[in-house]
Design a protein. Structure first.
Length: 148
């Protein structure tokens, strides 16, 4: 089971990439190369992020996609929800009439875990991801190549 869709993963990578390059419009091709994404698929993700007012898009030779939201205020959950929201279990997925709207212990446990994941993503900002102490930084190989 995959927690996040490929589209959500692309969206997070794109937003992190742009947060590392504030104010600099990103062309789809260079962004796709930097975050290791298929350009044709990525453009749909970027359009959805634009529709959600997370990015802006500018046409033309000096255009591209730009991060519009402050990385210190933009949560991981907002990015995910703009693309493919985390699904919560509201009724028995098996459709058992005996369960009605009450979740059985197994499905309640799964939904509780999803609630914790949702809360974690909701309390983590893009800036947190960039500032978190780690032996590796998001997309750091691409950054070191560009700086050379």
């Amino acid at each position: 089971m995959k927690l996040l869709s490929d589209a959500s993963e692309y969206a997070l990578r794109a937003v992190v990439w742009m947060a590392q390059r504030p104010g600099k419009p990103q062309k789809v091709r260079e962004l796709a190369q930097g975050i290791h994404a298929a350009p044709g698929y990525l453009v749909k993700v970027l359009q959805a992020l634009t529709k959600a007012d997370i990015l802006s898009a500018q046409r033309g030779s000096k255009g591209g996609f730009t991060l519009e939201r402050d990385p210190a205020k933009l949560t991981v959950l907002e990015v995910i929800n703009a693309i493919d929201p985390i699904e919560r279990i509201l009724t028995c997925p098996l459709g058992l009439k005996s369960h009605g709207t009450c979740l059985c212990p197994m499905h309640k446990k799964i939904d509780d875990a999803m609630a914790k994941i949702e809360a974690s993503f909701g309390s983590s900002t893009i800036k947190d991801l960039l500032n978190q102490r780690s032996r590796s930084k998001p997309l750091c190989d691409a950054l070191s190549v560009r700086r050379s």
